[in-house]
Design a protein. Sequence first.
Lengths: 665, 145
Amino acid sequence: MTSLNTLPLEEFGLPEIVEIEPIHSCNFRCIQCHVSYETLTKNKIRPDFFKNLKGLEGKWALLGSLYEPTVHPHFREIAQGLSDAGMKLEMTTNGSLFNESLVKDVAHCNWKNVIFSFDGITKETFEKIRRRADFKKTLEGIKRFKDGIENKDTFFAVNFTLLRSNLHEIVDSVDFWEDFGVDHLGFIAMVLRDENKELQEECLNHDLVELKTELELAARRVVEKQYKITLSSAAYSSWMDLKDIYPAHFMESLVKSNNRNARTPFNARTYYQNGHFPGMSVNCRSPFKFARIDYNGNVELCYQFTVGNIYKNEFLDIWYGKEAQKVRDLVRSDPKVCYSCDYFRFCIKAGEVDYDKEANFRNETIDNYYNKPFLVEDKGSYQLVGYGSMIYGFPKSMGDVDPRFLAEYENKPGVFVCATTEEVKQKIDEYFASIDKSEWIPIEIDNWIAHKVVSYGPQLVAIPKGYGKIVLNAEFDFNAPGIFIADDVETLRNAVDTYIKTVNISELMPTVIEQISGYNIVEWQNNFYGIPFTSGQVDLVGATSDEISKIPGVIKSASLNMIKDELRKLDFEPEFIELCLHLGYNAIYFEGVFYAIPHSIGKVDLSNPAERKHPEIISSSDKNKFRREIISKTYAYPLLRRFLGDFGYRTLKGWKIKLLGSGKL
Amino acid sequence: MGVPELIESIGFYNLVQLDEIIFGLPMGLGAVELNVEKINKHPCAFVGKTLEEVIEKIRLNDALSKEKYEPILKDVFGFYNILGWGADLYGVPVSLGEINLHTIKISDYPGIIKSFYRDDLIKEIEEFCRSEHRKMRDLSAGREQ
């Protein structure tokens, strides 16, 4: 027997288990499985995550837990990589994708535990439950893998999820898998994850007597026939009459015969995580022994806190890092986090789930109102979050706040914790009533199409963007058109949506109508503006019509057709615009004159006659003349340079600038 | 000379009869010549004319044989390993994992059961397990109330 660990279970050190979820996908859609009731992203871990996973020799790598690991196109590389890193491999799989090539490639890997999920032992039952699966092909895949891998000490188990449809196959499944040669058969009662009728009909919460009878018969079969296969089920943890007859053949959730070759499973998950750890209020060591890497590379503790990403940092830096430590501090200081943890209840302590309690067939506790932080409602600049039977009121200006880490915020003014939403709301109102309005700080918290949303005191205010920069204070006219105030986002949204339908949106914000000849045509406050692309971002809000017109190159008109005509006149060919840019000029039309402004002279205010006369600016009111002048530069420039050579040309240009000043050559 | 015949096992001893002589041989002794003089030289191997005589010698020298030899796995019974050690059989719960009977104080482990006869051992193991299961049943019934 080898030693299971080098570090005492109650000490913190390297993780003993790293669970890796290679892909957010599965090739089956089993009726009882969460996969059937969620949107699968098919996100998959990059096989190069290994480069940041070092120093875990001898530790457990658990492949696949919630999804099917073999669906990952690089599954073989992942298994090989973890094996080469010296990790002990466990895998939970449906086994259907093990073709000859895949088995050959992973045969040498360090497989210690392999668990096949297989519900039912007849084609009819199996394919009814495991939608998209083929009974025969799946069995062939499992056999191929089992026979093909090199480590003959690998422990093979089958997980049999119990539903009403396969209840009658429990006892025969013992014979079936004994003949197949697996070491262990685990019976797991289905947990209700959706309210659909089909699933509710499959739930065993009303068949507890029959369920226990069948499981008792299965145990009797194993013991009396001296089978090699061992069994497990949470039901075996509680009393059954068979324990009086064969008391030594039951241990916790396990059943074993007198067969000398019988093997009981080693469950790393339970062994390392289920038990006391200093400072913990529940018997759980998970955050000190276990980490999960999901298909996005996120590293999680406790199946609920993301503490880093494997692509960005070394795994062990994350494991020992500040974020991970924060979680470990939290679970030791706040037992609520653990009491409401499904991973603790259904996975780590799976063998102790009491099947006599109907609530254990659901994945929500009934007695604890809010298991996880949950947005209850908005109240103006506050969000009300439920957690652990309490309601927390946080100012939205605090951003995303997790009440589980409340200790970080406890000294912050304006955070309220009460038993009901009404109490929190009252506290919020009292808080704002107690401070002067001049102390209310407006904070922009959202941005809708034509409005910005500002939290202000106990309320939310929607302000048309067209109002530009405004200061919210007691003097502000909240009755101005387009401005709305509400306690919650939904009411505010409804008011704004209704208003927008009644007005032209361009009255609320500058709106781009069309693009012509290198210009944006923008409608704003009953005028149309042609704004050259070259002007970059122009802030029309808050500027007067005259101010806008003075922006270089901007054309103004009261009619859309007129401005389009104006712009068509300008309609420089794209090649010409490109030529100008190539020569280092911006071509602009302003007050009936065409200008070519060299980039080298920087910003020019064409509304200023003195600046228009800059010697390097080319200008003409005749578009053709203007165009010819620009084009001529393309001839003069290379001809002169060819004649004088580069050195002579630069010398001549230098003398000319010295004597005559800068200007065209 | 006749053929040696295994008559019985007690603890980790095989009781072998050859002609009219009974030998008590520790299982860890390995292959030996069944010669009275040679066997008598082994401190933990015994010779007698009757089964009772040899068993008596084995029991009297139990402490010595336990000191010299390791326990031997003889059988499994459900979640118990049955070990032969000295003159006795020990039922050791597999849940205890790797455990060295040499170094632990056995009385500290109520789940470890010792007996001279196999039937008695099995009966005691069953009684112990049954009472543990019932205790658990009563505890959870108490919690329910």
